[in-house]
Design a binder for this molecule. Sequence first.
Ligand SMILES: Nc1ncnc2c1ncn2[C@@H]1O[C@H](COP(=O)(O)OP(=O)(O)OP(=O)(O)O)[C@@H](O)[C@H]1O
Ligand SMILES: [Mg+2]
Length: 260
Amino acid sequence: MIQINNLRKSYLVNGTKVEAVKGISFNVEKGQIFGVIGKSGAGKSSLLRCLNLLEIPDEGEILIEGRDITKLNPKELRNIRKEVSMIFQHFNLLKNSTVFKNVAFPLEIAGYKKDEIDSRVLELIDLVGLKDKKDEYPANLSGGQKQRVAIARALANNPKILLCDEATSALDPLTTKQILDLILELNRKLGLTVVLITHEMDVVDRICTHVAVMEKGEIVEIGIKDDVFKNPKSKTLKQFLQSERGSKVIVLEKKKDKAI
Ligand SMILES: Nc1ncnc2c1ncn2[C@@H]1O[C@H](COP(=O)(O)OP(=O)(O)OP(=O)(O)O)[C@@H](O)[C@H]1O
Ligand SMILES: [Mg+2]
């Protein structure tokens, strides 16, 4: 479904070249929920943003269903952006538009007729569980509800791939779980392929089928999530798993305290 070959991305910062992604290659198959984890600055967002050409790679190929998207003309690129949708940590909603209008926006851009837009938007709002909020403005919604709007908007054009950049990092644990459950449901119901980046191990553990660990612009381990987590090799993953276990022990001890 997605084949990434020797992808490189660098930035010029005050005349100095910062290499964010250093020649990465991997594949994501249809229906997978593929997690990319790594510390801050590892290059996760740069990698993800190349997958829908929000960032233009310096080098390498990104094949989506066999087509190299780095070689498309502007019209073909607009079409590929419908197939590869994205959600963000801070939701990026239009704050002066209602839930309905936010979800309708990509359909208006795509040139659908008003009655088609109306029925599709209602279907999407229902799908993410926000039927009673369609006329609210983003400011009146909780973080989880805002992310649901962003997900509905991202699904408007029937994408095949959903990219999630720290989509639950601004949410509390319970809301995180609800949004992850929704992503999982969409993955199963719609056959949506998901690539998500996060620094929360729990997110990967809960929903990812596969995982790649990034360090300094490179993938240092990759594979089926259960296999990789059972036998961590990189320093990053070992540290992540250790701190995760540590925080679980603390939670358990807190619970024990309460019981006493
Ligand atoms: N637009 C940009 N301009 C200049 N440098 C950038 C830009 N975006 C990212 N970088 C640099 O590229 C490197 C990788 O950044 P990136 O945002 O991809 O990491 P990340 O793994 O997503 O980090 P985080 O977990 O903090 O979001 C960093 O050194 C960062 O400073
Ligand atoms: Mg990032």
